[in-house]
Design a protein around this ligand. Structure first.
Ligand code: HEC
Length: 159
């Protein structure tokens, strides 16, 4: 009668240990999964709100004409102004940094000059994009002209 009892005890001990092991592994797995979910959620939020301000620009402002449209000198001046004021956040070639999104993306490149001018004038302050109304209007248009010139260059187009 002893042998079956010992066997039962042995099985029970092994059983309990493996249950403990399974619980332990599951706890680790679930906490890393929860962590990954949280990371995904915050990355998703940034993506959704970025560029959203472009869609909120009033109709009238969108249709304003750029007085420097197609003016190569304005592109050159605009580039300098961009390096001076914008590059620290958006990158020297407007490619984006950890501080601010790329301005080469189609959301920005397809926006009208008037839309970009309005964004510069009003900022997207709550999202960290400053107001540039202190820059004289011609300078704001020159920067807009520079931004518009970027999509014309194939070397920028794939960013
Ligand atoms: C202090 C950092 C900072 C500087 C300097 C800055 N920006 Fe931005 N900019 C941002 C951030 C952050 C966003 C993203 C805002 C958002 O989430 O909508 C942004 C967004 C934009 C957008 C897209 C609008 C949108 O809906 O996101 C444009 C266009 C833009 N910036 C142009 C410029 C130009 C041109 C300059 C220079 C005159 C400039 N920015 C300077 C931080 C900056």
């Amino acid at each position: 009668m002893r042998a079956p009892l010992d066997l039962f005890c042995l099985l029970r001990r092994v059983g309990l240990e493996s249950v403990g092991m399974i619980v332990f592994v599951m706890a680790i797995f679930m906490s890393s999964w929860a962590l990954a979910q949280r990371k995904n959620a915050s990355a998703g939020e940034i993506k959704q709100s970025t560029y959203a301000a472009l869609a909120g620009v009033p109709e009238e402002a969108r249709e304003r004409k750029n007085p420097f449209e197609g003016n190569p000198q304005a592109v050159a001046v605009g580039r300098k102004l961009f390096e001076q004021h914008c590059a620290e956040c958006h990158g020297k070639k407007a490619e984006g940094t950890r501080k601010a999104p790329s301005l080469l993306r189609e959301e920005v490149q397809q926006a009208t000059p008037g839309t970009l001018f309005w964004i510069l004038t009003n900022g997207v302050v709550r999202q960290g994009m400053p107001v540039w109304s202190k820059l004289p209007e011609p300078q704001r248009w020159q920067i807009v002209t520079f931004l518009g010139s970027l999509s014309a260059h194939p070397m920028h187009a794939n960013q």
